[in-house]
Design a protein around this ligand. Structure first.
Ligand SMILES: C[S@@+](CC[C@H](N)C(=O)[O-])C[C@H]1O[C@@H](n2cnc3c(N)ncnc32)[C@H](O)[C@@H]1O
Length: 290
């Protein structure tokens, strides 16, 4: 949804923009092209591999781009450290990059056999295997239910606790096998893999994704200039709900989109992963000091 984001963000020469999810730098590149010759972009990504690729791609923008290896929740203190008090726009493109999904080896995919890691920030201590091997049955069931909206959460948690008594979980393959066994055939979903929601839930828990989002939704609003735009692309209903609620209830923000903007059929054909994307946009109220 590159063009939609750019249309709402409306970058101007000299503006200061923040991209909280630099990823491979696709959105950042377009924003930098449009806010030239003097506009700047501060980009965050907590994944060192993604950040290195983005930095290389954006190198031609020189001092107009700053790539920061941090959680986007550090945006406020980071901007303060740079002497930036307000920004013209803030973009979040949540979730995983194609690099994280396709490069493999990090445990995000239930296809194949990979270590059960799932940390987007490899400096973090807790891996998905740690969580699966140490959380109580009740905690696991809550994670699957609340972060995966998985109706078979209790059955799955109980099977996991039983299985780990024999041998701790190490690989994605082992987890997939247990989920397949735990969920009776008649409850296997038709359109998605039976382990999809468990993988989503674990990833959200390992990376604290909803807490991070909550925090930047509140902090981001305070950083915007009056009229500045806040654009968020989310990929599942839990994220979208938080964004919708923040844009509706934060007194600093006015919702610009009433319904989420979704990708065109053509974009979904070209990139099937885009099909669950939802873009919501708000702007900082012109009153400004609410
Ligand atoms: C969907 S990709 C972004 C793609 C990017 N817009 C592009 O054009 O290439 C999401 C990225 O956000 C990063 N990310 C997710 N949560 C983050 C957080 N709390 N702080 C910093 N980076 C985060 C991930 O590591 C991933 O690289």
């Amino acid at each position: 949804m590159l063009e939609e984001v750019v249309r709402f963000l409306a970058p101007v020469d000299g503006g200061i923009y923040v991209d909280g999810n630099l990823g491979l730098g696709g959105h950042a590149e377009r924003v930098l092209e449009l806010c030239g010759p003097t506009g700047r972009l501060i980009g965050f990504d907590w994944d060192a591999a993604a950040l290195a690729l983005a930095a290389k791609r954006l190198d031609r923008f020189g001092t107009r781009i700053l790539c920061i290896h941090k959680n986007f929740t550090a945006v406020k203190e980071t901007l303060m450290g740079l002497g930036i008090e307000e920004i013209d726009g803030l973009l979040l493109d949540l979730g995983l990059s194609s690099l994280q999904l396709d490069a493999g080896g990090r445990g995000f995919s239930f296809k194949g056999s990979e270590p059960l890691d799932m940390r987007m920030d490899r400096r973090a201590e807790l891996t998905a295997a740690d969580l699966l091997n140490t959380a109580s049955e009740e905690e696991l069931a809550d994670i699957f239910f609340y972060y995966g909206e998985e109706r078979q959460a209790r059955r799955i948690a109980s099977r996991i606790v039983l299985a780990r008594q024999a041998r701790p979980f190490c690989s994605t393959e082992e987890l997939v096998a247990i989920v397949e066994q735990a969920v009776p055939r008649k409850y296997h979903p038709k359109k998605i893999h039976v382990a999809t929601k468990v993988f989503q839930a674990l990833r959200i828990a390992v990376n604290g994704e909803l807490d991070n989002l909550d925090r930047i939704l509140a902090d981001g609003a305070t950083l915007l200039k009056p009229g500045g735009r806040f654009c968020v692309i989310s990929f599942h209903s839990l994220e979208d709900r938080l964004v919708k609620q923040a844009f509706r209830e934060n007194p600093l923000l006015d919702a610009v989109t009433t319904k989420p903007v979704t990708p065109t059929q053509e974009e979904c054909r070209e990139n099937p992963r885009a099909r669950s994307a939802k873009l919501r946009v708000a702007s900082r109220g012109r009153g400004g000091n609410a």
